[in-house]
Design a protein around this ligand. Structure first.
Ligand code: GLY
Length: 328
């Protein structure tokens, strides 16, 4: 099993300033500063995505828009073949197909999504084009692929030797068993607040490893894997997509914040809705949220979920509180 601490010790984060923080509630106190600008901030599910938050941070720090920051940021794990749960190098379904889900949402409530997309390394960029260049929200499967090709995306083989070898190993027993905190990261969900005080988000994944062909998870579904309301804030989800879909988790978190809950309280309530009704012992869910003040919160079922943050040029990894604690 991948060790997060080992990752931090070994990762080539270069001169990037970062710290591991055990608190789970971040404060930004986001009021416009003297020059009328807001303090930009970006967060993403899973600590190893610190490079992704750094890429997004650079865009908003230079005055770029949150929507461009999240689109560029999540492309880091999408293009990283070592990340076997997002984009290129993702683990395939049980028939050996790498199928990708992604969505993006901007400060005006515009959104775009692709699901069951094959052969395209950066599904988030296709989702952005669905948002910007079509009257639709979701394109699926072959239609999504044809749309991507029509917009100049290149058809590629996304199944790496490493993921193929794991699939061949899995084929020996064909036992379907979700792994909690698989390699300590799965889906990347990212939320960014720019200098205008506008929020956008993106979410992208290769979904559950060895899923039944055709399975689509929460990540490309607006309101499940991601939701943004620029008056309130945003939320994103990671883990077992079916549980998030059944509760429309990210929409729920944002609506709870609208009712006055802090991002932390909202994430905790959304996890409790799952714990109360579903057999949560065998799967992980992690929620991550940020309100318009730049306050953040996260909560998960099992210990081990964490998130990456960039603010004021500093990268940090925050451990999430969990429903099940190590002492239970
Ligand atoms: N949360 C990713 C998935 O279930 O596909």
């Amino acid at each position: 099993m991948f060790s997060r601490r080992k990752f931090l010790a070994k990762s080539a984060l270069g001169s990037m300033s970062f710290a591991l923080t055990s608190s789970c509630e971040g404060k930004n106190n986001n009021e416009p500063q003297n020059n009328g600008e807001f303090k930009p901030k970006v967060i993403a599910t899973w600590g190893p995505n610190l490079k992704a938050t750094e890429a997004a941070w650079k865009i908003i720090a230079e005055g770029g828009k949150a929507i461009d920051a999240v689109e560029q940021g999540v492309q880091i794990p999408e293009g990283d073949e070592q990340d076997q749960s997002v984009g290129y190098g993702g683990r395939p379904d049980r028939d050996g197909n790498v199928t990708l889900d992604a969505c993006i949402m901007d400060e005006n409530g515009n959104c775009g999504s692709v699901c069951y997309l094959q052969h395209i390394k950066h599904p988030i960029a296709v989702a952005r084009k669905v948002m910007d260049e079509t009257p639709h929200v979701i394109l699926a499967g072959e239609g999504a692929l044809q749309f991507a090709l029509s917009r100049g995306f290149k058809k590629e083989n996304l199944l790496t030797e490493k993921s193929k070898a794991e699939w061949n190993e899995w084929m020996k027993e064909k036992k379907y068993q979700p792994i909690i905190n698989v390699e300590n990261h799965d889906t990347i969900g990212m939320l960014a607040l720019d200098k205008n005080g506008d929020m956008s988000g993106a979410c992208t994944t290769s979904g559950l490893a060895f899923k039944i062909q055709g399975r689509v998870g929460d990540s490309p579904i607006i309101g499940a894997g991601l939701f943004i309301d620029n008056e309130i804030g945003g939320a994103t989800a990671t883990g077992m997509g079916e549980a998030v879909l059944k509760t429309l988790g990210s929409f729920l978190v944002v609506e709870l914040m609208r009712q006055g809950r802090s991002p932390q309280e909202a994430c905790e309530e959304a996890v409790m809705r799952i714990v109360k009704k579903q057999k949560y012992q065998d799967f992980q869910i992690g929620y991550l949220a940020m309100n318009k003040k730049g306050e953040t919160g996260s909560y998960c079922i099992h210990p081990g979920f964490n998130y990456a943050q960039h603010q004021s040029g500093k990268g940090e990894i925050f451990e999430s509180k969990s429903y099940i604690t190590n002492n239970k």
